[in-house]
Write a protein that binds this ligand. Sequence first.
Ligand code: SAH
Ligand code: ZN
Ligand code: ZN
Ligand code: ZN
Ligand code: ZN
Length: 419
Amino acid sequence: GPALLFVKTSQGREEGRRFYACSACRDRKDCNFFQWEDEKVSEARLAAREEYNRNHQPSFTHRQNVDRYKNFVLLPLSKRRFCQECQQLLLPAEWEKHSDHQFLCNITTTQLKSPSQLLYPLENKKTNAQYLFADRSCKFLLNLLIDLGFRRVLSVGTPRLHEMIQSKASQEEFNVRSLLLDIDFRYSQFYTEDEFCHYNMFNHHFFGGEAALETCRKFLNEENGEGVIMVTDPPFGGLVEALASSFKKLMAMWRETEKERHDNKEMPVFWIFPYFFESRILDFFPSFSMMDYQVDYDNHALYKHGKTGRRQSPVRIFTNLTPSMIVLPEEEGYRFCTVCQRYVSSGNQHCEICNSCTSKDGRRWKHCILCKKCVKPSWFHCSNCNCCTLQKHSCGKSDLGCFVCGKAGHKRSACPSLS
Ligand code: SAH
Ligand code: ZN
Ligand code: ZN
Ligand code: ZN
Ligand code: ZN
């Protein structure tokens, strides 16, 4: 899909020429597309790029994959193979071609219903950063959605939530449905065009064109748009402004047909993202607030639950729903603050001066009279800098700091919070 227009900045000032680069790959190694904004592109280069794009299409279309799946499930267990190297379900006629590849045999219906377990997570930090929900967090999210009365979930970059909904719906009396939007095309092998759209959330591009867009629009506006929520868990290295712009477009699709009826209501959203992005997200979505719930991941050693993992997860839920409606589990250490009218971490003390539960990371924060706000327990007030900061810092250095965590000394690309 369309590239994004970038500009280099230094100390907040724009510097140099603007250029276009790939929206999805933040590493030039993954996609080398680069073009100056004011550059004239020759016919030859255009043709070469089109040729390159044609040669880099997936080997099957979504439609073909849906047909292949239908044939695959008709096969006896002994003939159901999955090539681990190509990440592809194989039909018997194709075995030959993959004979020197590693493959799995006897693929069961259960395995087909949990593709996120079958496919390996794409951990490439800068592009896919596929971090899958731990079972407990995924169940928590789903139960929360059900308790809130939602019947349709637009799963944007949340394949595991999607798959939990899909497999429940096929097993029992369960009236929640999900549509997955994700850039990971491997999922097209397991879901129909009504269940999965190949989508880029950094530029709001539907690879399936108008038909896919229409699928999404219809899904959002069923039952007059009632009962739908969008849940998204983007890669954390992603540009917040690009994501916000896409999410606004998805939210606008919901309102398109039902302008009068919703009287300016927003489509409900859960945006799952690290807490240190709070101010960035609120810049774009002032109606959102951050919940204290710590979202845990399976394949991320650092982001596991405090009691069992090494460190507490920094990942939170941002939502435009009324905070008091988001009930957090008491057995996991959350409690309700009657003043703030929301559930908070047990360590999050209500500050009488700020009149709010101010901790962002679950630890007890302390109030600084001079800064007039609560700060991290490890900070102290430096009278030189006239603000609270780490004990170890070089005074007077007014570095603008990292875009991600706000700390000085490194840029967003090297932010330790992201690695
Ligand atoms: N916790 C989620 C997965 C989040 S990982 C779960 O368990 O369901 C981030 C997801 O976003 C991955 O599924 C990845 O494929 C997807 N993704 C990454 N870049 C994307 C892009 N540009 N557009 C759409 N989806 C993207
Ligand atoms: Zn293969
Ligand atoms: Zn409080
Ligand atoms: Zn305070
Ligand atoms: Zn202070």
